[in-house]
Design a protein around this ligand. Sequence first.
Ligand SMILES: [Zn+2]
Length: 238
Amino acid sequence: MTHRRFLRLAVSLSILAATLLSQAAHGGANRLIQPKLFDLLDTAEVAMNQGNVNKALAYSDLLLLNNTITYSIDTGAVAPDQRDEAAHAVRESVATWEEALGYEVQFEEVSKGGNVRIAFADSVRLMGKDIAGHAVWSRQVFDWGYGNYTPRVSGEIKVRTLTPEGSPMSEAAWQHTIGHEIGHMLGLWDSPRVGDMMGPINLKNPVTRPTESEVAALQDIRAEALQITQACLALPRR
Ligand SMILES: [Zn+2]
């Protein structure tokens, strides 16, 4: 049964940075990118135009993910003889994204907590359906007053240990699942196309690298954020 071979990957988003501008300003925006990222870009641009350089920089930083993202791995739910493979799949997925983005985004593994917690679970379900993985994340700018702003990224990724039929997930299937969920954290939307990292996962033929167009979509929005950063840094500071 074909439909059993594909597992949906799911994401819930919560971006707490509010803006009144809609994504309409970015009519030609790449559909692979989550619209909320364009909201962050708009906030940065408006702040810059209002002369609020620190705020604009914090929002463009949040888009660029300039700070190293720390992550931890919890393989407690994985069968003991598969734990190394599970942890390896996480590290490979992270390394693949770092390389794809030219090491402009960097991750660092920590033993506990971190910005992103990646945990394996026997079964991952959403609205009654089996899914391969799930990510919840947020990008926020904290406003401390007096012109001080701090960008912060956080998230939780859940990855299933077993296929819906109860057999162990392959390392490649884990890499697709984890790479997909990290793709969400980096700002990508789900794709309907089989063969995309952000597309549905075929357990028999997983995708372990993002496609060129997926990488290009992220690079495009990063370039826009970088322009704001550079324009802000060129402004006279008060
Ligand atoms: Zn997804």
